[in-house]
Write a protein that binds this ligand. Structure first.
Ligand code: SF4
Length: 299
């Protein structure tokens, strides 16, 4: 993969204060991918160190009151020119920066207040249809597959992937797609993102989302108690059995651990090939009925 990244993420001391935002995940993927680094503020002619800036009413303004819109726009234009020339598959930018922030930035009051909206360079790159993500949304890149957090405008995908996750034994007719509208399945996706353990990672390959792993505390078949998130994973068939699901699950377990969860649970049909995959990453059978195992992974 060819990836463009904010230079400060690679350890370059180009931050306004002369420091950097060295990021271990970014350093790890630099080993296996072609990486182009850019620092739009330096490329726009600003020095390091420099007075910090924020976007106030659409105008980039330094903390000392100087308008630095021209420098920020010049840097963004140079990054766009590089992106057009190099055609990166992915652009990973530093979160919240007035240049590089993708989802959020500071509000221009220099009080640490965040607002939704992109920085100048991120906006320009996205407006020109480049695939841009905040570094904080990046989980990892695995053999050219991007694993990242789900965006809020992608929640609708859960319904489709839930359908894909339904195990259909050989010789059995698949259920109608509207089965996912049944109340016992709606709990997997209704109002997703609002619960404390609503976490979701997606895998992207060949320009589309090919897998989803998500957790939620819900009274589903795998529920064990109100502190344990239930775990669900779904990959479209052609991407199964090639390690992507395992990598996604491991990333989700790390995410749960970072957020203070001690275990996660699931229910799986006994005949499902995925039982072995769950065992391999640490799930253990704690209960069973005629058709299903209830499994728990302590993290
Ligand atoms: S402009 Fe972007 S690359 Fe440069 S220091 Fe700021 S966040 Fe990092």
């Amino acid at each position: 993969m060819k990836i463009m990244v904010s230079a400060c993420l690679t350890g370059e001391n180009c931050k306004y204060n002369g420091g950097n935002n060295r990021n271990e995940k970014v350093l790890r993927f630099m080993a296996d991918n072609e990486v182009i680094t850019v620092c739009p503020e330096l490329m726009g002619g600003l020095p390091t160190p420099r007075v910090p800036s924020e976007i106030r009413e659409g105008i980039v303004t330094a903390k000392d009151g100087r308008i630095v819109d021209a420098e920020f726009n010049a840097g963004a234009a140079r990054c766009l020119a590089i992106a057009r020339r190099e055609q990166p598959d992915l652009i990973v930018l530093q979160s919240r920066s007035p240049s590089c922030g993708v989802k959020q930035r500071y509000d221009g009051t220099f009080t640490g207040t965040l607002v939704d909206g992109a920085g100048v360079t991120a906006r320009l790159l996205m407006d020109n249809s480049f695939h841009v993500i905040d570094v904080e949304d990046l989980a990892m890149i695995y053999h050219g597959v991007l694993i990242r957090k789900l965006c809020s405008n992608e929640v609708g995908l859960l319904k489709d992937f839930l359908y894909e996750a339904i195990f259909i034994p050989e010789g059995v007719e698949p259920p109608a797609r509207d089965i996912v509208e049944h109340p016992e399945l709606r709990i997997y996706y209704d109002n997703f993102g609002q619960g404390p353990a609503d976490y979701c990672l997606v895998a992207e390959a060949d320009g589309r989302i090919i897998g989803v792993v998500w957790t939620r505390i819900m009274n589903d078949y795998g529920h064990v108690d109100d502190e344990t998130p239930s775990f669900a994973i779904s990959l479209i068939p052609e991407y199964r059995s090639c390690g992507i699901g395992t990598r996604m699950m491991k990333e989700m377990l790390s995410l749960l651990k970072r957020n203070g969860y001690r275990q996660t649970s699931l229910a799986v049909q006994k005949a499902n090939y995925a039982v072995r995959m769950y065992r391999n990453i640490g799930f253990e059978i704690i209960d069973e009925n005629d058709e299903e195992y209830i499994m728990v992974c302590r993290i």
